[in-house]
Design a binder for this molecule. Structure first.
Ligand code: PMP
Length: 356
């Protein structure tokens, strides 16, 4: 039997039909494609961080439930009493756990469209229907359409990225509250870009039985650590925690996150600089007469009608990597740029202008 026929016999058809999450190689390029913090730790802190790792017992399994780290992260987020926190190898892993938990019941996963691709990808790979409710022409939430879709499809989970990736839109808080109240299943508010929007539903956890919150350290500056957090009423977290692999957060990440929490003001200051840079880039792109959307995150979505491929490859040839949405039914003509260091952003803007 050939591998092909064996795979066809064994693997779920949804898996065979799905595409892997694509990451464009970036070696040697100015990397403005993945909403990372461009700064990294200042040199002095770097030394202290390395020292904090020096006696990490890498011959042992890490603590499967690092209580003091979890308690410190709860304080960092500002979780109300009675709300529990579960750690993931990036929030991607927690999204996978959530989707896995409801796989089998046949009820769909729902999100706005466009939104973070992993919601759709994981639903499809696990054989669950996915319903994407289109954002309006300004990439804002269409609340009536969302409420109709919820009533019609009875989703097991509604994921709301707040701010939204890829538009940067920050949907009205009251609309989110209306969705949470209307949804018959879970609503997961994904606050991956909290460091830049400074908005949160954390204070409302526990007020709704179906509200969970996702956070990550990735966007504020520690993408390489892979540390995501899922917060919610303890009964939910206890059940979902059964799906977490026992040692999913390695010792180096545990130590580094604990170190970060003692020095988080450094990253707060970097987030302030990135927000100011984002607003400068917004104004500069507007001056080039390209439609660009107001963003509460550390990236900007802009429209290059008929020119996206040319602008994307022109930038790449000039050593700058941004995000294109080639083949996307709605975003094919759009590009997304993450905010980098001031010199990187200036270079991006001048190359962009030269390509128009
Ligand atoms: N949620 C949103 C809205 C995102 O944009 C991303 C990353 N692009 C993630 C979650 C995943 O983050 P992590 O690095 O924690 O897996």
């Amino acid at each position: 039997m050939s591998s092909q026929s064996l795979m066809a016999a064994l693997l779920r058809p949804e898996l065979l039909a799905s595409k892997a999450y694509a990451v464009v190689p970036s070696t040697g390029l100015i990397k403005l494609d993945a909403m990372e913090n461009p700064y990294g730790l200042p040199e002095l802190l770097r030394q202290a961080w390395l020292e904090s790792l020096s006696d990490a017992p890498i011959n042992r399994y890490p603590d499967p439930h690092p209580e003091s780290l979890i308690a410190a992260l709860k304080r960092h987020i500002g979780l109300p009493a009675g709300i529990e926190l579960m750690l993931g190898n990036g929030s991607d892993e927690l999204i996978q756990i959530l989707v896995t938990a409801v796989a089998g019941a046949g009820r769909p996963i729902m999100a706005v469209d466009p939104s973070f691709v992993m919601y759709r990808l994981l639903a499809e790979q696990l054989g669950l229907p996915f319903v994407g409710v289109p954002l309006d022409a300004e990439f804002q939430l269409d609340l009536p359409a969302m409420l109709r879709a919820i009533a019609e499809h009875q989703p097991a989970i509604v994921f709301l990225d707040w701010p939204n990736n890829p538009s940067g839109s920050l949907f009205p808080e009251a609309d989110l509250a209306a969705i949470i109240q209307a949804a018959p299943g879970l609503v997961v508010v994904d606050e991956a870009y909290h460091a830049f929007s400074q908005t949160t539903f954390a204070g409302r956890l526990g007020q709704y039985p179906n509200l969970l919150l996702l956070r990550t350290l990735s966007k504020e500056g520690l993408a390489g650590l892979r540390l995501g957090m899922l917060a919610g009423p303890s009964a939910w977290i206890q059940e979902l925690d059964k799906l977490r692999l026992p040692y999913n957060i390695n010792i180096l990440t545990q130590r580094s996150a604990a170190f970060y929490l003692q020095h988080s003001t450094v990253l707060d200051e970097q987030a302030d600089i990135l927000r100011a840079e984002r607003d400068k880039m917004f104004r500069a792109i507007t001056t080039m007469r390209l439609p660009v959307w107001p963003s509460a995150a550390n990236f900007l979505l802009f429209h290059t009608p008929g020119k996206a491929a040319q602008v994307y490859s022109g930038l790449k040839n000039a050593g700058i990597l941004i995000k294109a949405f080639t083949g996307h039914p709605r975003l094919g003509d759009y590009l997304r740029v993450s905010v980098g260091k001031p010199a990187e952003n200036s270079r991006f803007l001048s190359v962009l202008e030269s390509l128009l």
